[in-house]
Design a binder for this molecule. Sequence first.
Ligand SMILES: *[C@@H]1O[C@H](CO)[C@@H](O)[C@H](O)[C@H]1NC(C)=O
Ligand SMILES: *[C@@H]1O[C@H](CO)[C@@H](O)[C@H](O)[C@H]1NC(C)=O
Ligand SMILES: *[C@@H]1O[C@H](CO)[C@@H](O)[C@H](O)[C@H]1NC(C)=O
Ligand SMILES: *[C@@H]1O[C@H](CO)[C@@H](O)[C@H](O)[C@H]1NC(C)=O
Ligand SMILES: *[C@@H]1O[C@H](CO)[C@@H](O)[C@H](O)[C@H]1NC(C)=O
Length: 406
Amino acid sequence: MSLRSSTTLVLALALSNSAYSIPTVSSQLHKRADYPGYTYPSNGNCRDYSIKSTQTTKDLIWSYPRLENDFDTAALLFNITSKDDALGSFQPFNDTKEHSAEYEISGTFCSPKALKGNGTEKTVLVATHGFGFDRRYWAPEDEDYSFAKYALDAGYSFFYYDRLGVGKSQRISGFEEQASMQNALLANVLEGMHNGSYTGSVKANKLVLIGHSFGSFYSQALIAERPDLVDAAVLTGMAYGTNSDPAKIIQLTSLSTFASRIANMRDSDSAPQFANTFDNGWLSFGDIYAYAESFLHQPDYDVEVAKSSFAITQPFSIADFASTFSANLDVSKFHGKVLLTSGEFDLVLCGGNCTSTFAGGVQEQVWSGLKEPISTYVLPGAGHGANFAKNAGLMFAEIVRFLNAL
Ligand SMILES: *[C@@H]1O[C@H](CO)[C@@H](O)[C@H](O)[C@H]1NC(C)=O
Ligand SMILES: *[C@@H]1O[C@H](CO)[C@@H](O)[C@H](O)[C@H]1NC(C)=O
Ligand SMILES: *[C@@H]1O[C@H](CO)[C@@H](O)[C@H](O)[C@H]1NC(C)=O
Ligand SMILES: *[C@@H]1O[C@H](CO)[C@@H](O)[C@H](O)[C@H]1NC(C)=O
Ligand SMILES: *[C@@H]1O[C@H](CO)[C@@H](O)[C@H](O)[C@H]1NC(C)=O
């Protein structure tokens, strides 16, 4: 998410105490769960990759007390949501530290079973999911809502992975997992795609990033750092408000809209899968209705799909959320092509009206170096989790039209 203006992002760093060291995550958090519901798209030749790499990143150090219960969560949400925060009072980090560690992330590469004969399978989409999900966002068991299947049908290859911390990727403390790590790991994945390490028998000749929400944000951050690695980007569940667009304020309240609670303390009916493998820095939707408010929009969804998609939600990390405020998002040096698309009623990024937020035109200033102006598409009736809208197929078709014209 693109949040506040950069003046309010500046972190007051007190660098005087050099003795502070990064706390280690207890080893039980590294235990990876054997998740159900990971199915390969029926029309793909797929294989899984477990990608290990050592990354050195400049990490922000969490300084607020670590959450012990949901009264602390309530206090933290107050801190994030208050008007003083919009002016910069929310300063959860007090230091930066260079940090090296080995990480392991888990991804799936699929090429189409039926090739089109014109080489489209050499265009590989690299999909990054957003807050509250893992890679299953792109390939849920109900294939009417699977963008992975749709893209494979159109002849494209599809790589989707679990971001560090969730799904089948390595666990890490939610007070530590953050933008710098996500960025380094995505760059590593892309380098591996260029040299053929994670693309099965396909030799990729075009890489297209596709993101949802935070995944769009991280795709943009990657392009800011490494414009050379990517040919095009599709940003879904993403928007840029003008300074006078109330959407900018509503973005800050999104964790409150989610009714965020410590994931490992949820009752079984609202707990994300394997909630007990996450530490207290990982929050989740308070209940399915908070999820529906934030990600769906009545009447453009089926209640059964609300339930099946809620069942595959995952926690989100508080340091991840806060660290994005200071990530570099300057993509003016990128000259590829970009499609920006969101649901008409996206509450999280557009404050509930993407027609007016897109009309503000900020996306053209952000992506100022493109060969041709950024393309935009608003999916009628849908909310933030547009892939789960009844008419998601309209958006899928629009994305494929964009890809066919690359
Ligand atoms: C940052 O905050 C942590 C936790 O509150 C504290 O232990 C540490 O001393 C602080 N570091 C600095 C540089 O102020
Ligand atoms: C909320 O912010 C205040 C400073 O404004 C800080 O002292 C307090 O620890 C924060 N609470 C939480 C739970 O982060
Ligand atoms: C390909 O890139 C990945 C990621 O940077 C790297 O780990 C791997 O060693 C490279 N492999 C080859 C054959 O160059
Ligand atoms: C959303 O914004 C557009 C453009 O300002 C406006 O025409 C439309 O009525 C708004 N939608 C709703 C539901 O208010
Ligand atoms: C590739 O071929 C398919 C099937 O004929 C066609 O629908 C598609 O538009 C072609 N794609 C490109 C990029 O030429």
